[in-house]
Every structure is written in structure tokens, then in C-alpha cells.
Design a protein around this ligand. Structure first.
Ligand SMILES: *Cc1c(COP(=O)(O)O)cnc(C)c1O
Length: 417
């Protein structure tokens, strides 16, 4: 029997929605594999290609900043158009891409100036390269040399900057006097954002470091809570935020520069923000690495919109904060509307390497058995759930209410009533 033609096979797969060249690839690979049923093999390959594409999913894990789901929920609605990315509309001359999102973020956290780069790790790298440089000595506590996730270790990021890491103190105890060294270019404080240390521990406050420092104090806060007062939330700061240091208050204590991510507690797109003293920010902006680490217009516009929303004190329209602060009885009603027999209390996490050990009360559905594979196959939006003690848990805190209907459809074959 002759194998089917590549073209006929490719055309039989058009309902996957993939462009023709990708269907041709699937068809060719299927025929080349020599399996007895190339049509089924081509369809399997096309489905695999389609499911590898980026697309919206329903996050039913209850992890608000799910690293594998892009951390904070984000969208982009821009249509293709020229934008005044580096053009000063008033003067009619070249402008700076820090003039919009950067300036608004600085305004929000009470900094003189702010600069946006690709992510938090890039911001750390840039600050060390620009403010310490090759051979510049940077003091860091041995209790703060953290691994972020995915195997990335801050000491290795630091090494790429060329700066010399001067470890001070011990794993569990570091005192202000440990930083009292000559010839430092910087003092670096790294927030223990993804782990907790208890017991016989000691760590000086940022204010103590500032008091003795003869060099700027840079604080890598990681999580990016803008202001401890949370004035964008009608109900004020939620109780679970209690111990999280905030950008504005850290700058108020005298830190020269604060570094944080855009997609953690800020609730925006992947970005790293350096905010603080105008002279320090300008040195970072003038360093050649900035050119390699700066974000594009899509991210800057998304951050600008987010900053304007914070300035309007409209936390309800920031998906992360709206989900994080949804009252538990609202979640309970949604769960009971979906499936009263399966509705159950559960707990959400902030995730994304923030607030370790902090659980947020929530409600969702609890179904016997592991149904996660079937839920991942749901169309049009895959549903990502978690398994706990032999049950599939669907946490509604991280599900947009508008997706409840789709979720109901995805669940209906699982719990026949
Ligand atoms: C998350 C984090 C980083 C890395 O930020 P990315 O945006 O993930 O690159 C660096 N430092 C601390 C303390 C963090 O929490």
C-alpha cells in the first residue's frame, strides 16, 4: 500500500487551526516514522504542536502567582500602532522609555526615579554591574544568598556582574557591625522571599545598615509590594501580608535603591524594577548592559496601565489583587452553584516565590480521584487543578468568575449527576 501523500494528510488536519506549514511538518514526520497508521500519527503530532502553543488557561490550583502559568495573570489588548516609546511629544525630540512606566512607578513608591528591565534577576545584575562594576566589593549576608527557582542562584547571577561578593555574617545570624567594612561599593540586602528562617536568628534592619553604611544600600525585595498601606485596596492590607516588606517603606528607611519583580505582588507582566535615588538609577540606565536588559514597548505599556490603575487606587481591576482579596463566602457561593455536592473549603497560596508558608482561606470543589489529565484536555481553555490526598481540588480563588461556566462544562463529564 502506498503511503498517503503529505499534502492530503496535512489537509486532513486543518481543523486543528494550525497554519499549513506546521501541518505539513506533522504529516511528514508521521510518514517518516513508519507507523502503520500515519493518519492517526499525524493527528497526534498536530495536536501536540497545538497544545504546546501559548494560550489562556484556567488556573484552578489556588496558587495566585503560579510560576508555570506566568505568575500574575496578565493580558494585552494593544492593536498594532506606532507608539511614543522614545519620543517626547511635547518637545518633538527623542525621549526615553523610562518616561512613562518608570516615572509612574517611581511616583507610586515615592522614589526619585525608576528604571524597568526584563526581570528581577536582570535588575540585580544591572545594579551590581553599574554600581559596583568589575572588582567592586559588595557586602551580602550569608543568610541571604538565595536560589530563586529553576536552579538560578543569586551568587551566580552576581558573579556575572563582575562585582566581588563579600560574604558577611553567618547563615543564621548577621549583625550590622558585620557590614562595617572599608572599600565597599555597595551593601546588598536580599529579601528572604521564598523561605523562612526561625530559631536562633538575627538580621539587622535596613535602617541599621543605612546608618553605618559608607556606600549605597541596595535592597532586592523580590516580591514588589508597593506600599504596606495598600491604599489601592478598599479593605486595606489583607492579614496574610503582615510580614511582607514594602517598596515605599524600604525607601523611606534610607535604602538607595530597591529592586522588585513586575509579576509577583505587583500583579503585572514579567519585568524587573529598580527604584530609588535618581543618581543611582541614572548610573544603571547609562550602563551598556541596560541596552541588553531593557523591555520592549508591550511590557512598558502594560506596566504603565498597571501603574495608572494603582494611582487610581483601583485594586479591583488588578486581577491578582481582585483574586487575592475575594471574600471567602463569595467563593463558597460560586462553588455551591457549580456543584453543591463537591463544594469544599480549601487553601490558596500566593506562590511565585513569595510569602512562604502563608495560606489564604478559600473554597472550591473536591472530587474523588485524579482528574487532572482530563481537565488539562478541556477545550477551549485547559483547566489546571491539583491533587491532594487522592482528590482533585479545584480552587476557585484563582479562577476568573467569567470562567465558571467553562469550568462547569469541563467538570460535567467527571461528576455525573
Ligand atoms: C523573585 C526574586 C528574584 C528574581 O526575580 P525574577 O523577576 O524572577 O527574575 C530576585 N530576588 C528575589 C529576592 C526574588 O524574590
Amino acid at each position: 500500500m502506498r503511503p498517503p501523500s503529505v499534502d492530503v494528510l496535512a489537509r486532513s488536519l486543518t481543523d486543528t487551526g494550525l497554519p499549513h506549514p506546521l501541518l505539513v511538518d506533522a504529516a511528514r514526520a508521521a510518514i517518516a516514522s513508519g507507523v502503520p497508521d500515519p493518519a492517526a500519527e499525524a493527528a497526534r503530532r498536530a495536536r501536540a504542536t497545538a497544545s504546546a502553543l501559548l494560550r489562556p488557561v484556567i488556573n484552578a490550583t489556588g496558587v495566585l502567582l503560579h510560576t508555570n502559568l506566568g505568575r500574575a495573570p496578565m493580558g494585552h489588548t494593544s492593536v498594532a500602532a506606532y507608539r511614543n516609546l522614545e519620543f517626547d511629544l511635547q518637545a518633538g525630540t527623542r525621549g526615553s522609555r523610562s518616561d512613562h512606566a518608570g516615572a509612574l512607578l517611581a511616583r507610586l513608591c515615592g522614589a526619585e526615579s525608576a528604571l524597568v528591565v526584563n526581570n528581577g534577576a536582570a535588575a540585580v545584575l544591572l545594579s551590581l554591574a553599574a554600581l559596583a562594576g568589575a572588582g567592586g566589593r559588595v557586602a551580602v549576608s550569608r543568610g541571604e544568598l538565595v536560589e530563586i527557582g529553576g536552579g538560578f542562584r543569586l551568587p551566580e547571577v552576581f558573579a556575572q556582574s563582575g562585582a566581588e561578593l563579600v560574604e558577611v555574617g553567618t547563615t543564621n545570624r548577621t549583625r550590622a557591625a558585620d557590614y562595617d567594612l572599608d572599600d565597599l561599593a555597595l551593601l546588598l540586602r536580599v529579601h528572604r522571599s521564598n523561605f523562612r528562617m526561625t530559631g536562633f536568628t538575627e538580621q539587622p534592619s535596613v535602617a541599621e545598615l543605612v546608618a553605618l553604611a559608607r556606600a549605597p544600600v541596595v535592597v532586592d525585595l523580590g516580591s514588589g509590594l508597593l506600599d504596606a498601606a495598600c491604599d489601592w485596596l478598599a479593605g486595606g492590607p489583607p492579614a496574610w501580608l503582615r510580614d511582607e516588606p514594602a517598596v515605599r517603606q524600604t525607601l523611606d528607611t534610607g535604602a538607595g535603591l530597591v529592586i522588585f519583580s513586575g509579576d509577583k505582588l505587583l500583579g503585572g507582566p514579567q519585568a524587573g524594577i529598580l527604584a530609588g535615588d535618581a543618581g543611582l538609577v541614572a548610573r544603571c540606565a547609562a550602563h551598556p548592559l541596560y541596552r541588553a536588559l531593557r523591555p520592549g514597548g508591550l511590557v512598558l505599556e502594560s506596566l504603565q496601565d498597571l501603574a495608572l490603575t494603582y494611582l487610581r487606587r483601583d485594586g479591583e481591576t488588578i486581577a491578582f489583587w481582585r483574586m487575592a482579596c475575594t471574600p471567602v463566602d463569595v467563593l463558597r457561593s460560586r462553588a455551591e452553584a457549580l456543584d453543591p455536592a463537591a463544594a469544599a473549603a480549601c487553601t490558596s497560596l500566593t506562590g511565585g516565590g513569595t510569602l512562604p508558608g502563608v495560606a489564604i482561606e478559600s473554597w472550591g470543589l473536591r472530587l474523588g480521584g485524579d482528574h487532572t489529565a482530563a481537565l488539562r484536555a478541556a477545550v477551549p481553555k485547559p483547566v489546571i487543578a491539583r491533587v491532594e490526598e487522592g482528590h482533585t481540588v479545584i480552587d476557585l480563588r484563582t479562577v476568573e468568575p467569567d470562567d465558571d461556566a467553562l469550568l462547569g462544562v469541563a467538570l460535567s463529564p467527571l461528576s455525573p449527576r
